[in-house]
Design a protein around this ligand. Structure first.
Ligand SMILES: *Cc1c(COP(=O)(O)O)cnc(C)c1O
Length: 382
């Protein structure tokens, strides 16, 4: 989790040196060991079912591979992940990892996971679990690196820090919020979004308006392409003074009926007290930031980190170190890096041959019954 200095006052925090080169490894690697330990202690097994468009599934598989008592059934949309992401998942040869490549888009995969999880009898019999972004253990593990960043960036108890977090499902920055609530002197938490700016809109206006799938853009920072942010309710609950009834009013009735809610003026005024500000970044911003960071500092950053850095510079506080979380390494999104710099980023040496490794996956129709049948045939006997 070391810091890399850019211009004075701005640093990147490296979080992406785990096996799948994205910050999600930080929490998933812990989770894999916790699962193996606790399942062993109880003499139980668990089948993790998930849907992924790239980063999450890959981090989960690399965390659970070879772990005793755990199997993973990961659905991904056939032919729609980046070549590097496909190789990361499909090159795993571990017997407890099952890649189901679904003929459909990510939403089809997610719908299948929901349908299987909603069949409670099946879920119980086959001990189905998930490791999605609302998993509290993942969030807790992420709190740690905010402390690590703070200790590196400061030299006295009087100093405060700011963090900028490239955000999608609000899991990463929610961990920053938890760190702040625990007493870490965070002056500012900057939420950076891409063109899918539902969170930026909320922090600027107090209106949270979820987008339909037609309104969700496919961008060059794809891990931030969300229509609604699944951890967001946790923050709003705190913002509203932990008022469960009001939270339910906003997320239940308001959101489900109208697809949006708007905070009252007094509620909106509380956002600043929690340190939150936000901004958005576009494809053009991303390219410009990647180019500039390479030219000025000789550092190649990934597209999500570029969104963060662009927005961070709009929210600097004098005398407060700004730490931008590096959420992935550039090799994962090589096409856009090449568009920006005219050259491909170099893979880490250990992964140089990744894309030529043998692949192991099962192609499937977008069909709930087919996925259930696959689990029945491949999960350990119930
Ligand atoms: C998952 C991910 C994000 C978004 O993180 P959230 O916790 O969903 O807000 C940002 N960048 C990268 C590279 C990711 O993999």
């Amino acid at each position: 989790m070391p810091l890399k200095a850019l211009e004075p006052g701005v640093q990147l925090q490296a979080l992406s040196n785990g096996p799948t080169l994205a910050f999600k490894d930080m929490a998933m690697q812990l989770l894999g060991n916790l699962f193996e330990y606790e399942l062993g202690r109880r003499g139980e097994t668990l089948n993790i079912l998930g849907a992924t468009s790239g980063d999450t599934g890959s981090a989960a598989e690399h965390a659970m591979r070879g772990k005793k008592g755990v199997s993973v059934f990961m659905l991904s949309p056939f032919g729609r992940m980046s070549p590097f992401q496909q190789a990361q998942m499909f090159s795993l040869q571990d017997a407890n990892i099952h890649n189901l490549s679904v003929e459909g888009v990510f939403d089809d995969c997610q719908d299948i996971v929901k349908a299987v999880s909603n069949d409670l009898a099946f879920k119980r019999k086959w001990r189905i679990g998930t490791v999605n972004s609302i998993n509290w253990a993942r969030l807790l593990a992420q709190v740690v690196y905010y402390f690590a960043g703070y200790f590196q960036a400061t030299s006295s108890n009087e100093q405060r820090v700011a963090f900028t977090v490239p955000s999608g499902n609000f899991g990463n920055v929610c961990a920053g919020h938890v760190a702040r609530m625990m007493g870490l002197p965070i002056a500012r938490l900057v939420v950076a979004t891409n063109e899918n700016d539902v969170l930026d809109e909320f922090f600027r206006t107090g209106t949270y308006r979820v987008r339909g799938s037609a309104e969700t853009h496919e961008t060059s920072s794809p891990s931030m392409d969300i229509s609604k942010a699944s951890n967001f309710e946790r923050f709003v609950f705190d913002l509203l003074g932990r008022d469960g009834a009001r939270t339910r009013e906003l997320f239940g009735a308001g959101l489900q009926r109208d697809g949006s809610f708007t905070l009252g003026d007094a509620e909106k005024a509380r956002i600043a007290g929690f340190g939150f500000v936000s901004g958005r970044s576009t494809h053009a911003d991303r390219l410009a930031t990647i180019r500039d960071t390479d030219a000025r500092f000789g550092v190649v950053i990934d597209t999500h980190t570029a969104d963060g850095l662009k927005v961070a510079r709009e929210h600097l506080l004098p005398g407060v170190p700004m730490i931008v979380l590096e959420t992935a390494l550039p090799i994962k999104f090589a096409e856009t890096i090449e568009e920006a710099l005219g050259r491909k980023p170099a893979p880490p040496p250990a992964l140089a041959d990744l894309e030529s490794r043998q692949r192991r996956f099962t192609k499937m129709p977008a069909d709930v019954a087919a996925v259930k049948a696959f689990i029945e045939q491949n999960a350990p006997a119930p």
